[in-house]
Design a binder for this molecule. Structure first.
Ligand code: LHQ
Length: 258
């Protein structure tokens, strides 16, 4: 099984599982990951997802043995990338928060898979490597979109062109990720964070996620209209009613996700 699932109260932990290859991605594994995300989405008890890797790596990107140029010509990468892109679209579109717990090196498509998640935690010994330039490729699965937005144009270009590893702590300083944590605390911290999000106002969190993604291309005028519409939608949820009631009663809110 290249993808493992553990169901926890309120959330699914999804683990990339090819540890002897640092969880390098294959086409089949990309398909299995997408199928798992679809199953999580269909489970009404799943209100958040935690994505991590088995063993000492998070994900070393595309399994290069699957895409070797041969004498017959270069490998056609489009179908493979369509498959991975479907995973990225799914992660961004999921109406629940997705946390990445980057337990070790995240390279190439593996780095950008992590960065597509909503909140990224990383072990201090982990690193992020836009490895593509080392083999003549460009950052893919959303890398060229995500990098400049997360760290700014200058750093994005240097990361893409130099293909040097960035430590987890530097990644946090640069706001590429949310937090770097001690290695032995990563699992505990990531599970606590995901469990907390799973108890949140899921619909409202999903609407915030949608608004933030739309802001990347909207003008301020368009975004103000969108915020108005999505806020109106958020205010119709049971969780808004509960949140306000709990505030007035000076007690913690108990959100149902609806
Ligand atoms: C691997 C891989 C790997 C196979 C480690 N493949 N075996 C491209 C094309 C098509 C469509 C989709 O998108 C893409 C985008 C991409 O992702 S391109 C970028 C692909 N990834 C890379 O170029 C990174 C390659 N890996 C590395 O540079 C190193 O392994 C890193 C820096 C990640 C880790 O280094 P170490 O900690 O020294 O580990 P290692 O190199 O010894 O790796 C452990 C094993 O895993 C080793 O096998 P072995 O039999 O010697 O134990 C590696 O060959 C294997 N492995 N990455 N991508």
């Amino acid at each position: 099984m290249t993808i493992l699932v553990e169901q926890h109260p309120g959330y699914w932990q999804v683990t990339l599982n090819r540890p002897d290859r640092l969880n390098a991605l294959t086409a089949a594994m990309g398909g299995a990951l997408l199928a798992t995300l679809n199953e999580a989405e269909a489970d009404p008890d799943c209100r958040a997802i935690l994505l991590t890797g088995a063993g000492r790596g998070f994900c070393a990107g595309q399994d290069l043995t699957e895409v070797m140029p041969t004498e017959a010509g270069p490998p056609g990468l489009k179908p493979l990338l369509d498959g991975y892109n479907a995973v990225i679209r799914k992660l961004r579109g999921l109406e629940m928060p997705v946390v990445a717990a980057v337990n070790g090196v995240a390279a190439g498509a593996g780095a950008n898979l992590a960065l597509a998640c909503d909140i990224v935690l990383a072990a201090k010994s982990a690193s992020f490597l836009q490895a593509f330039a080392r083999i003549g490729l460009i950052p893919d699965v959303g890398g060229t979109w995500l990098l400049p937005r997360l760290v700014g144009a200058a750093r994005a270009r240097a990361l893409a062109m130099l293909a040097e590893p960035l430590t987890a702590e530097r990644a946090a300083e640069w706001s590429l990720i949310w937090q770097a944590v001690d290695d032995d605390k990563l699992t505990e911290a990531a599970r606590a964070l995901t469990a907390r999000l799973a108890q949140g106002p899921t619909k409202g969190l999903a609407l915030a996620k949608r608004a933030l993604d739309a802001a990347e291309t909207n003008t301020l005028d368009q975004q103000l209209d969108l915020e108005r519409d999505l806020q109106d939608e958020a205010a119709r949820t049971a969780d808004y009613a509960e949140g306000v009631r709990a505030f007035l009663e000076k007690r913690p809110a108990k959100f149902s996700g609806r």
